[in-house]
Design a protein around this ligand. Sequence first.
Ligand code: PBG
Length: 334
Amino acid sequence: MFSHVQGQFPHTRFRRVRKSAATRALVRENTLGVGDLIWPVFVCDGDGVEDPVASMPGVMRRSVDKIVEAASEAFDLGIPAICLFPYTDPALKTEDCAEAWNPNNLSNRATRAIKKAVPDIAVMTDVALDPYNINGHDGFVEGGVIVNDKTVEALVKQALSQAEAGADIIGPSDMMDGRIGALRTALEREGHSNVLLMSYAAKYASGFYGPFRDAVGASGALKGDKTTYQMDPANSDEALRLVARDLSEGADMVMVKPGMPYLDICRRVKDSFGAPTYAYQVSGEYAMLQAAFQNGWLDADKVMMESLLTFKRAGCDGILTYFAPAAARKLAKA
Ligand code: PBG
């Protein structure tokens, strides 16, 4: 790209700037900071519960009291935000998904408890019907079809209940059309003008979500796949059109998901819009890395930090990652 302004060897030697830690620090283009991390956590019923998720070593489902402890530890580490995903009692899953907007559902109880105990950590919540849906889908299913507009009406009720509970950032992960505009209008109307929307704008129909579906107990429930609403992994231009649409409807931040296999999308989104851009290093990416760490095939600390830095290099402003506390601890020591 700039080869015309570069001297020839030996006037130019790239190894000169790499010769010491000091010179490498001076020419470093990107850095990972604790302020870049958002920590996704799983909430379950009960008291004093920390239930390990088999396919995600080191990740636990926590009852509300334990989530509050985790949020407090995260805040002390400097992590700016925690993102809640509920493991819903199968008995509460229905076709009408009414538990999604119950003011006292697990997610809303956890939000209230965290905001009371650790008011300065940002709480992000998930908008989608899958934890509450007997079919496991993010939208209502009618005659085998995932219906859009009726789902959006339900998502509005769900998001308003989350805003009422004190959510700072609402993350619609459902991929229905028109939901950002509908959510923004409703939030404004109901006096929640300062609630942020982080749109899962370019969310792909990916195989990398498997362990997450185990963690929230959705694997068994899911009938079919999500290809009629999540994106085709073959597409890239479409991601830009989705991001443009969601920004125009009132999204404050946009997300690409999964993360590492979609870094090209992150870069295109950042370059095209210059908007706050995030990536979700999803459960399958985490599981894959942990499996290699556990076998001693990869160096855990090194590869964890490298994997997170790639997102900064690709233009992301932050990363949702299950590694958040481990990475924060490592950054604190560095
Ligand atoms: C569902 C949702 C999913 C994830 C976040 N929200 C799974 C899915 O779309 O099936 C995946 C996160 C992960 O894999 O870590 N609304």
